[in-house]
Structure formats: C-alpha cells, structure tokens
Design a protein around this ligand. Structure first.
Ligand code: BGC
Length: 328
C-alpha cells in the first residue's frame, strides 16, 4: 500500500513540474529558430556569433534558449524550407534574416499563421512605394524589424569624403570622380548606401562624376576584381572608391595596393561595417574611413525583443540602432 502511495506521489510531482517548467527538471527551454541569409558573409558571421553568445549569457538555472541556426545559402527556396521546418518543429520564436525581401510577405504570413513571433533582422523589407514602412510588419503585433537605417550609413560615407581638406577632389579639377562597388542590388542597404553617399556630396555643393558602378554582392573577392578592373581602365582619374560594405573594401584595398596607388595620397577608400581589420586600416591610413554597423547593438536588441515576445510582452514594430562614423 505504502509503495502505491509513493508511486502516486512521485507521479503527481512529475506532472506538477511538467506543468510549470516545461519538463520534470523545472527548467524552461525555449526553442528559437534563426535563419541567416548566408553564413558566408563577414558581417553576418559577427552578428550570428554575437546573437548566440548573448542568448547564452542570458540563460539562468531555470531558463534556457535552444538555438537552431541555419544557413540560407543566399537561396530563398532553401530558406523557405528552413522556415517550414521551424514551424513544424514548433519553434517558440523565429529570427529571420531574409534572403529576399520580395518574399517577406509569404514568410511572415506563415510564421504569423503558426502563432510564432517573428523578429526580422539586417535586411529591411520596404513598403510598396519604397521609402516607407512595410505593411507586413505594421499589420502584425508579433512581427518586428530590428536594424539600422541604411540611409544614415550612406550619408556618413559621403560626409567622410566631404570633410577631407580637398573634399575628395585630388586632382583639383573641380569634381570628385568615383567608382561605386555595390552590394546585392536587391538589398535596401546597397540601394541606400549607393544613393545617400553621393547625395551627401551633392548636398554639400560638391560636383561628382561616376566613372563606374558595379555589383560586388557584398563579397571581398568581387570587390577586388571590380576595383582592379576600374583602376586599370580609369587609372589616376579614380579619386574615391565607395564600397557598400567593408568586405568589398578589403578587396578594393588589395587592388589599390597592386595598382601602385596609396590611400590618403592619391586615392580614397570608404566602406561600411567597421570590421576589426578595417578599423585597423583606418588607424593605419590604408582606408579613409568606414561606418560602424553595430552588430553588437543590433543582435542584442534582437535577442531582447525576442525574449519580450517569448514572455508575452507587447513589442514594437521597429527598433533602430544607430550607425557610427569611423575615421582616424
Ligand atoms: C552589411 C553587409 C552585409 C549585408 C548582408 C549589410 O548591412 O553592411 O556587410 O553583407 O548587410 O545583408
């Protein structure tokens, strides 16, 4: 009789713990799916690692975060499958770095339909007219975007050149002759950085001449190739090399050295992200400037907001993190 009673008691305790803690040990484990557009991206690698370690740092004896981080390999079909899998696996929240913002609707719709909070990061989907808030986010209380306003980064790049003693006009012909190396052209960060860097110069009354504008898809090797080609073609005419990100600027720096040119003397080079190696180059003078794309601030904000959503707290639709200008 005693044995039966003890068994009933033990079972009752197990059920009570399961009800309050998610499992018998009293530990609540949240399952979080993180879909990154592509692991092979310098900036997103820093972002992803920081996201992971910040989640870890917030774990307690009773709350754990189990992350499943997947590589979209820059393929939207692949990422769609990954989102479907997250839904089937019953993720408690999904952090989504879209491969393609044109697929944002479809992705958000199914995540919302499954009752899962969705935190978009890094790649902002825009509204119909372009420069406005995106309905798919605004229409949903459990969907948000955490990121930085790419216009600001472009403006800062332009201002770095504007604020040079010669305003970027090395040969004194009254205009700044530049080449532009763009990221993925479907990405608003690439579009805005291309537009607003030049706008900052024009707004300051500086005349500009675009010698070349090519797509480097955020990649270092492509940045090097495009810059080398442009330097071979336009030679000394090239006064400024604008790169939409630091990975491509690293490539461009190699091409600049190979072409026998010297940053700060007969050419200028700017990027965005402030990768550690680029911060060092700015210090050394081998890069004119960059713009801090704050992966720490952005990833921490994304994690904080995810946890708010997991706790059932109301979240806002947009969270913005500032860029910071980096010069010597
Ligand atoms: C970064 C790039 C990165 C891209 C990925 C941008 O904000 O500046 O370095 O390749 O995000 O979407």
């Amino acid at each position: 009789m005693k044995k039966v009673f003890a068994l009933i008691l033990a079972l009752a305790m197990v059920f009570a713990l399961a009800a309050c803690g998610g499992n018998a040990s009293g530990v609540k484990t949240y399952k979080i799916g993180v879909a990154i557009y592509q692991f092979d991206d310098n900036f997103m690698t820093l972002y992803r690692n920081e996201l992971e370690s910040y989640f870890k740092s917030l774990e307690t004896d009773t709350v754990k975060y189990e992350l499943t981080i997947v590589d979209g390999k820059n393929d939207m079909a692949e990422q769609n499958n990954q989102i479907d899998n997250f839904i089937t696996q019953g993720m408690d929240a999904i952090i989504l770095n879209l491969v393609q913002t044109s697929s944002a609707d479809a992705a958000i719709d199914k995540i919302v339909a499954a009752g899962i909070p969705c935190i978009l990061i890094n790649r902002e989907p825009l509204g119909e007219e372009g420069d406005e808030s995106y309905k798919g986010i605004l229409d949903n209380a459990t969907v948000c975007y955490v990121g930085a306003d790419a216009r600001q980064s472009g403006t800062f790049q332009g201002e770095i050149i504007r604020d040079l003693p010669n305003h970027g006009d090395i040969n004194g012909d009254g205009k700044v002759s530049y080449i532009m190396i763009e990221g993925d052209p479907e990405n608003v960060d690439a579009q805005y950085r291309t537009e607003f860097s030049i706008k900052a110069l024009k707004d300051a009354g500086i005349e500009v001449e675009c010698l070349d504008d090519q797509i480097g898809n955020w990649a270092q090797a492509k940045g090097q190739e495009l810059c080398a080609n442009a330097l071979a073609k336009f030679g000394d005419e090239v006064e400024v090399v604008f790169c939409n990100n630091d990975a491509m600027a690293l490539g461009a720096a190699t091409a600049i050295t190979s072409a026998g040119r010297t940053v700060g003397e007969n050419i200028y080079l700017v990027g965005v992200d402030a990768l550690e190696e680029c911060q060092q180059m700015v210090k050394d003078g081998t890069m004119t400037g960059t713009v801090l794309n704050d992966h720490i601030g952005q990833s921490h904000k994304a994690v904080d907001v995810t946890i708010m959503a997991l706790n059932g707290e109301a979240i806002e639709n947009y969270y913005w993190v500032d860029y910071v200008k980096v010069t010597k």
